[in-house]
Design a protein around this ligand. Sequence first.
Ligand code: CMC
Length: 437
Amino acid sequence: MTTANTNTNTETATIAVGGKSLQYPIITGSENEKGIDISKLRADTGCVTLDPGYVNTGACTSAVTFIDGDLGILRYRGIPIDQLAEHSTFTEVSYLLIYGKLPTRAQLDDFNYQLCHHSMIHEDMKRFYDGYPSTAHPMGILSAMVCSMSSYYPEALDPSNRTHLNDTIVRLLAKLPTIAALSHKKSRGQPFVYPDNSLSYSANLLQMFFAVPADKYKLDEDVARVLDLLLILHADHEQNCSTSTVRLVGSSQANLFACIAAGICALWGPLHGGANQEVMTMLELINQDGGNVDKYVAMAKDKKSSFRLMGFGHRVYKNFDPRAKIIKKACDTVLNKLGIRDPLLDIAKKLEERALSDSYFVDHKLYPNVDFYSGIIYKAIGIPNNMFTVMFALGRLPGWIAHWKEMTESGAPKIGRPRQIYTGATLQDYVPIANRT
Ligand code: CMC
């Protein structure tokens, strides 16, 4: 394990502006990633940088997760994702991300105990569900419920007060599955099912989703394991849109519940976590259209069409998304185990095969991402389409917390406040309404 050598690099970058030539330090991370530190650029030159979509902008240094998008590498705290997928559990990975190292047996037992014993939500919160229509999107409910948690734990509102931080972290991790399961039950018109402390995190999630009081719930351990695997694979992905949102909101010293609620909203979009729901909609559309994969590959390439292959492409990965490889394999395993033959899986595989042999996708380095196959597994285990992004949020929660914790523990973080290049009207006088044309 090598740690960051951010302050030992003596390399500099030269930027010439307005006849002045200025030197800026180059920061090197522990995996040799380089960034030009331009924090004094505006003071020195009067210029800001312009980088729509932050394609070239490093907003922070971070020790949580490493991605090499060209090599298809993903590591949490230095540990490769495939090792964690094979050997770890979601709660262990959560501990790793949030506290920075793998827990000892005693630490993990204690963490699991706490997660079990904080899993119920305040009874009054159950009444919130009465106010939502049964068709409400569960991402909207999830975000609102998480923000509402702030009203029940006023001692956790001051992010600089660390006394209650662990309680807040545990409460979020413990209660999110309960909140998600209640919205599923609400949409089905079924009675709410309380958490069962004797079950593992993922097994408990399944029983809260699928148990009904009239029947004894039969837990399938293989299904619980695959769900745990999906949560592990979604647990962090460095400075993605929702994590950056959590950091940005947190930089204003907003409380952790508010930051996570904002992260959930950012995740909802179809270009981010919402893509898993969109993938299923797309596969169903192709299936209903006779399975004509070529037609949709052609549409995705057509610049006159706004259609994109959902679940394809990534800002950072220009090679296979290592998570997608693991999920594809798990998909085959779980469908075989459950004896399900889903035509959507055949279409997904055909689509992947066609796209990966097409020069457009090859040249643009577009590969299946984490969202391409995950929905097929969720569907196989009975989770409805509109819940897919909620499952992503449950998985991403420890990553959001880890980044928020890292940021708030790194001294006094500066408020996130990008600049702009103004392109609007220059000075003009107010015109009384009677004189306007
Ligand atoms: N289908 C067809 N063309 C695509 C696709 C796609 N899925 N993704 C990118 N392209 C093309 C795009 O048209 C552009 O072409 P050109 O350079 O000829 O104009 C080029 O590839 C670069 O695309 P971009 O939109 O500039 O790339 P980006 O890094 O800004 O966007 C992305 C990344 C993930 C938003 C994008 O690939 C996309 O929209 N994918 C589909 C949605 C999706 O699956 N999102 C989940 C992302 S992974 C999980 C997560 O983050 O939540």
